[in-house]
Structures are given as C-alpha cells and as structure tokens.
Design a protein around this ligand. Structure first.
Ligand code: MF3
Ligand code: CO
Ligand code: CO
Length: 271
C-alpha cells in the first residue's frame, strides 16, 4: 500500500465532500449554551447531513477490534482527547468540547474536520489551550508543500505545543483521506524535520493535533470501546482540517463561512 495521488477528478470529489463537512459544523452555530447535551449537538448534525444528501462516516464505523461507532459525530469534552460519544449529560459553563464531523458524499468521497467550542465564558487556561491548539494546526498546515516531509509537519506542531508547556498525543494522528475514511499516510503531530515521506502534489490528508494541557499519556475511558481521555485528567483540545498538497503549497479544503478567523501568522488558506 502507498499514498494515493489524487487526479483532478478525485480532487473535485474531495472539494465537495470537504465543503460539506464544515457546513455541518456551521449548522451547529455557536455559542453552544450551557445545559445542552452532546446528543443535542448530534441531532441537528444528522439533520444537516440528511438535508445535504451526505451520510455520516462515523455511524456504524467499525475498525478491527472496535464496536460499531453509534453517532453522527464525535463530541470530546474537557479531558476527553477524542472519539467521545454524544450522551445525555448537560454541558456546563466552562466546559470545552471538540465536535468532529466526517461526511461521505453520494459519490463516495470523505470530508473530515473538527472545531473546539467553549461553553459559556471558559477559563483563561481553557481558552489558551484551544487557541494555541488552533495555531498549532495552522503551523502544521503551513509546512505543507511539495519537497517538504511529513516530519516537518509533526515537528512544527510539537515544537510549538511543547514550547508553550503543552504535550502532543502520540497514539492518534491525522490520516490520508479520499474514498476511504482513513488511508495512508499517518500524519504524526510530532517528529523530526526532513523525516518520513516527501509531500507530493495531489496528496490529501488531515492535520488534527490533539494537545494536552498536562502530560501526553492517554487511556481508554469506561467500556464503550471508543472514548479516549488524558491519563492525568488534564484538558485536551483538537482542531482538524483536510488539506490538499498543491504544486506550490497547500490548499485547505474544509473551510466554510463559519470557520474561525485565521491566526495572524497565516496569510492564505491556499498557497
Ligand atoms: N473523525 C475522526 C478523525 O478525525 C475519526 C472518528 S472515528 C469515530 O479521524 F468512529 F470515532 F467516529
Ligand atoms: Co480525521
Ligand atoms: Co475527524
């Protein structure tokens, strides 16, 4: 197996999937008020996908060794790192939640993205973690250009996150994406410059750093087979975009009207 290079037709299919995925997040327009449950986020998302004519990639998703995933999206609250399952517990003021949406278009293309939401005001520490994780994702994106290596992406993210006293989750990573949810390559959010595969135009993958306020270690939570939490119970944040390697740099495919403003160091969503 190797990294697929997408043709112009494939890229057109991916552009549509990646335009629709963030529309589902836009539909869950912030602010998310305290008192709402994560199931009450899942429901409108499913409704939006039905209106789009897309299908959630996560409903029934079952990699080897996992139970089928039961919801239209993932909602990872506070110390949940990823793959949180929507439930009936009301969100409280000060919670942070990652909402991760992956849609499949009628032509079979996948678009994958996630954002952080603050419930109510949010503590200074929580706001800082969310904001710096967003910046970390964009620093990774800015490393995307032909000739650079996958290790350059991971290194940029790791150096920045650790430089701010945070840690980078190692057990979960970004991934190639196309007519499958998760394909090669793995996109590690840590690493050394110049290592791993060289980037080539036509590659499409996600960059989705999971950054912990405390230690990097994670563990499974409970017995749902999915939920991953920080071992030390520290807060964890994540943002995700799907990105195309172009002849000259990158093009972020999962942008929409509701995407948050770019960090000041980012001049373009397409280079
Ligand atoms: N959307 C997640 C990712 O970014 C994967 C979620 S798999 C699920 O790769 F089954 F937990 F939903
Ligand atoms: Co992903
Ligand atoms: Co995702």
């Amino acid at each position: 197996m190797s990294i697929t290079i997408k043709s112009a037709d494939h890229i057109a299919g991916m552009r549509l999937a990646c335009r629709l995925a963030p529309e589902v997040l836009d539909y869950i327009a912030p602010p998310i008020p305290p008192g709402i449950t994560t199931q009450e986020i899942d429901r409108p998302a499913a409704e939006c996908m039905a209106l789009q004519g897309t299908v959630s990639a996560t409903v029934g998703y079952q990699p080897p060794g996992y139970p089928p995933y039961p919801a239209s999206l993932c909602t990872s609250v506070n110390h949940v790192v990823c793959h949180g399952i929507p439930n009936e517990k009301p969100l409280k003021k000060g919670d942070i939640v990652n909402v991760d949406v992956t849609v499949i278009t009628q032509d079979g293309w996948y678009g994958d993205n996630s954002r952080m939401y603050l419930i109510g005001e949010g503590s200074i520490a929580a706001k800082r973690l969310c904001a710096l994780t967003f910046d970390a994702m964009w620093l990774g994106i800015q490393q995307v250009k032909p000739g650079n290596h996958l290790g350059d992406i991971g290194h940029a993210i790791q150096k920045f996150a650790e430089g701010h006293g945070f840690s980078v989750v190692r057990e979960f990573c970004g991934h190639g994406i196309g007519q499958k949810f998760h394909e090669e390559p793995q996109i590690l959010h840590y690493g050394r410059p110049g290592t791993l595969d060289e980037l080539q135009p036509g590659m499409i993958f996600t960059i989705e750093p999971m950054i912990n306020a405390g230690r990097r270690e994670v563990k499974e939570f409970g017995n749902d087979g999915w939920t991953i939490v920080t071992k030390d119970h520290s807060l964890s944040a994540q943002w995700e975009h799907t990105v195309l390697v172009t002849e000259t740099g990158y093009e972020v495919l999962t942008l929409s009207a509701g995407s948050p403003p770019l960090p000041s160091f980012v001049k373009a969503t397409k280079t």
